[in-house]
Design a protein around this ligand. Structure first.
Ligand SMILES: Cc1cc2nc3c(=O)[nH]c(=O)nc-3n(C[C@H](O)[C@H](O)[C@H](O)COP(=O)(O)O)c2cc1C
Ligand code: SF4
Length: 466
């Protein structure tokens, strides 16, 4: 079936649109009738004719890995529910989407709510959950309304409620609106928020939500895109799904590009099927006129920045060492991890030669200092300290020692906190300072001492503090 898209929203030939098939589609709306006319809810019928364990097995076989950031295998996570469990099981869809640069899930909940609901019902059936929640970011009030309406439609059609489609399976799903905090995207903090208590992240290990989660019961938390993928696993079968894209992180992936490219936007690709070069030059149209790419943050603000002008080492097929350019790195979880960063939430932030790294880091430090929940000391104290240091640098009041101090503070946060926010805040600083140290040093006293009144110094300062 040929699908027409709104002008300017057509897929690039290198895209494989599956989750986004109906996003920006001409004539598409959020009603259940539109979804049903497109074959919607047929995967639910298929799943309900299977045993719940068989559904989980298909998801395991598919190799699907979570799209929320950590890339944990979805089917494997589901099997962590204790086998002898007698308590209720809950499934929560994480629609907090607050990681800077990330904006893929919001298009699903605004434009294709039934795809998410279908994916959730199948997932609830597989894990034995009779109650599901969509934890919706506070800043998505319209999406909350759209989802509520879609849930009503699903109930009216017996896709939710008692004895769904005569299968004997009961389920309801509710929208729960967050209060507007980045930390509420962290799954244990999200669970606390849902329970109505202060959203401090819980310590894990030893207990993960799949064993002890909401109200002390086994709880599966999955990202919006991950849950939508489940529908496609059932449609294709786990084995076929596993053949799409990169072997170790199969399926399609939505990449949200922002920053200094001609065509920023959302692109759905078969994981690993294209390189950064193809993404940035072919899909995104290359750098802005007269400029060059300088750096890329490949997986949301928490991932480590990558320089575009250096070589990255690789093992050749014959076992010898080789090197490739940044633009030749394939866009999949393992390739990006192998080169020192992570694919995270699929948010690619592009910076060209007009960008100052100290300025960019200061901007990120503002965010992390503001969003730290304050539960543990290294993060609560360290994030504002990093902000203070980068601000001091931009104001021209820092000494070269401050650059090392900045790195030390980041090192004292990493690995010493209750939740991964610590790493999320430390990694940008570590990577920026190590990879662009000259820019940080250029803002310090020695630079000013050397060239206190020269035009060159003033020019440099203007550049670095822009
Ligand atoms: C500070 C922080 C913020 C997070 N924010 C989100 C978020 O907005 N959406 C999301 O899906 N996962 C987020 N995560 C990851 C979740 O904790 C969890 O791993 C994820 O929802 C699991 O879903 P997945 O397995 O389908 O990827 C965040 C993690 C951290 C540490
Ligand atoms: S690392 Fe930061 S956000 Fe996470 S629990 Fe500690 S203080 Fe809170």
């Amino acid at each position: 079936m040929s699908i027409s898209y709104l002008p300017g929203k057509e897929p690039h030939p290198k895209e494989t649109r599956r989750i986004y098939k109906n996003i920006f589609r001409e004539g598409w709306d959020t009603s259940i009738n539109c979804y049903l006319a497109d074959g919607g809810y047929s995967e639910l019928r298929k799943a309900l004719s299977m045993e719940p364990k068989a559904v989980t097995d298909e998801v395991k076989k598919s190799g699907l890995r979570g799209r929320g950031g950590a890339g944990f295998p979805t089917g494997v996570k589901w099997t962590f529910i204790p086998p002898n469990n007698t308590k209720p099981v809950y499934l929560i869809c994480n629609c907090d989407e607050s990681e800077p640069g990330t904006y893929k899930d919001r298009y699903i909940v605004h434009q294709d709510p039934h795809q998410l609901i279908e994916g959730m019902i199948i997932s609830c059936f597989a894990v034995g959950a009779h109650l599901g929640y969509i934890y919706m970011r506070e800043e998505f009030p319209i999406a909350a309304e759209i989802m509520e309406k879609a849930l009503q439609e699903a109930r009216a059609n017996n896709f939710l409620g008692k004895n769904i489609l005569g299968s004997g399976f009961d389920l309801d799903i509710h929208v729960h609106r967050g209060a507007g905090a980045y930390i509420c995207g962290e799954e244990t903090s999200l669970i606390n928020s849902l329970e109505g208590v202060r959203p401090y992240p819980r310590i894990k290990p030893p207990f993960f939500p799949a064993a002890i989660g909401l109200y002390g019961c086994p709880t599966i938390v999955n990202n919006v895109e991950s849950l939508c993928q489940v529908k496609h696993v059932i449609q294709m079968g786990g084995e076929e799904f596993s053949k799409v894209g990169a072997q170790r992180s199969p399926g399609t992936r939505i990449i949200g590009v922002s920053g200094d490219v001609k065509r920023p936007g959302l692109y759905e690709i078969a994981s690993g099927s294209i390189t950064f070069g193809e993404l940035l030059f072919d899909l995104c149209g290359g750098p802005k006129e007269g400029h060059e790419f300088k750096a890329v943050i490949p997986g949301g603000s928490s991932s480590k920045v990558m320089r575009t002008d250096v070589k990255y080492s690789v093992k050749n097929p014959d076992g010898t060492n080789g090197s490739i350019s940044f633009f030749d790195i394939p866009l999949d979880l393992d390739s990006i991890a192998q080169h020192g960063s992570m694919a995270g939430s699929g948010a690619v932030i592009v910076m060209d030669d007009t960008r100052s790294m100290p300025w960019a880091l200061n901007n990120l430090n503002h965010f992390y200092a503001h969003e730290s929940c304050g539960q543990c000391t290294p993060c609560r104290e360290g994030c504002p300290w990093m902000l203070k240091l980068t601000t001091r640098m931009l104001e021209g009041k820092a000494s070269p020692k401050d650059v090392d101090l900045l790195l030390q503070v980041a090192n004292q946060i990493e690995g010493k906190t209750v939740c991964a926010f610590g790493e999320a805040a430390a990694w940008p600083t570590q990577a920026m300072v190590l990879k662009f140290k000259d820019e940080f040093l250029a803002l310090t006293d020695s630079f000013n001492d050397k060239l206190p009144h020269s035009t060159e110094a003033k020019e440099q300062r203007r550049y670095f503090t822009r």
